[in-house]
Design a protein around this ligand. Structure first.
Ligand code: PLP
Length: 338
């Protein structure tokens, strides 16, 4: 496969195959392989009208040995089942989810970016209500599908510090809403504030808790964390997505001898961190250079403009080293696909 692997952005790209299963009459079909990129859909499908959908995002990496490594896909399978229960979608059995992910990666293995290019294969599972309803109620039919594409960094800066903006005039999720689920409505709700952040020259928006605007929630499509001395601090909130990357970084931080605090993080604490970052499958770790609280006329600045801080750099090297097989996987996070 001849692609400009080093210069891929985070963009949609057609690959050869996707896999699909349908939930009908109370049970899931076997997986089927498709090359079409479209789905015929009933005009009354609940995913179109009422946002009855959930998606996931995970990655596969090629190692120096050429083997393909999947990172923690059982966790994504579990999170999709939580999302499904949260908005009354048919739950995809976690074994079916994992089988679909493994199958679609192997079918498209020529698109897995080679070791050393900095790119990876992004895997997008999707679960949608395809049965028609006109009243607001759950569909009786669902489609689960998984497609893939090679990607580069989510933020164009890659592993370089970015500036972000605190968003005070929009909420992405309500205090007792669906922010902890990976469902489309949260992302629709975030689009205007992220677009505003981009227009103002920022990489993304940092959300505060919707109830009081006192605590940090999360950072566009990524969780937030800060480093204070020997402590890794990250927000605890019902309205943020439980990030698998964040959980992995917490384990790595503990393994490096740091303490980990998962708790409400007041906005003013931003002044006390030595390093801060955004983390997620797509963002990996994106170091943050500056956080601007436009409405409060306050700016928090961290470290060097071009160089990520030492703790974030070490976490990044360790996480990506495990993902591409350069470092031993002592945590059982990797599945090598044969
Ligand atoms: C809103 C949001 N927060 C956080 C994350 C990071 O989660 P993960 O590390 O599981 O990719 C994502 C991406 O999945 C996200 O969309």
């Amino acid at each position: 496969m001849n692609l400009d692997w080093e210069n891929l952005g985070f963009n949609i790209m057609q690959t050869d195959y996707n896999v699909r299963a349908v939930f009908r009459d109370g049970k899931w079909s076997d997986l089927e392989v498709y090359s079409e990129q479209t789905i015929p859909i009933h005009i009354g499908a609940t995913c179109l009208h009422y946002g009855q959908e959930s998606f996931e995002g995970l990655k596969a990496f090629a190692g120096k040995d050429g083997q393909i490594r999947l990172f923690r896909h059982a966790e994504n399978a579990h999170r999709m089942s939580i999302s499904a229960k949260g908005i009354l979608l048919a739950v995809v059995p976690e074994s079916l989810f994992m089988e679909a992910v493994e199958k679609v990666v192997l079918l498209n293995k020529k698109y897995v970016p080679p070791y050393g290019t900095g790119a990876s294969l992004y895997i997008r599972p999707l679960l949608i209500g395809t049965g028609p309803e006109v009243g607001v109620r759950p569909a009786r039919e669902y489609t689960f599908l998984v497609f893939v594409m090679p990607v580069g960094p989510y933020f164009k800066e890659g592993f370089k510090p970015v500036d972000i903006m605190i968003c005070r005039d929009h909420d992405r999720a309500a205090p007792l809403g669906t922010g902890h689920l990976k469902v489309g409505g949260n992302y629709a709700a975030s689009m205007s504030s992220v677009a505003e952040a981009h227009e103002k020259g920022f990489a993304t928006a940092l959300y505060l808790d919707a109830r009081e605007k006192k605590y940090i929630d999360e950072c566009g499509p990524a969780n937030f964390f800060g480093i204070k001395g020997n402590t890794y601090v990250t927000p605890k909130s019902h309205s943020i997505l439980p990030s698998i990357t964040n959980r992995s970084l917490q384990a790595l931080a503990e393994d490096m001898g740091m303490s980990v605090e998962v708790r409400p993080v007041p906005v003013e604490e931003l002044a006390e961190f030595e390093e801060v970052g955004a983390c997620g499958t797509a963002a990996v770790i994106t170091p943050i250079r500056k956080i601007v609280d436009v409405d409060m006329e306050k700016t928090y600045t961290y470290g060097d403009k071009y160089q990520p801080g030492p703790v974030i750099s070490k976490l990044y090297q360790t996480l990506t080293g495990i993902q591409n097989g350069d470092l031993e996987d002592r945590f059982g996070w990797i599945k090598i696909l044969e």
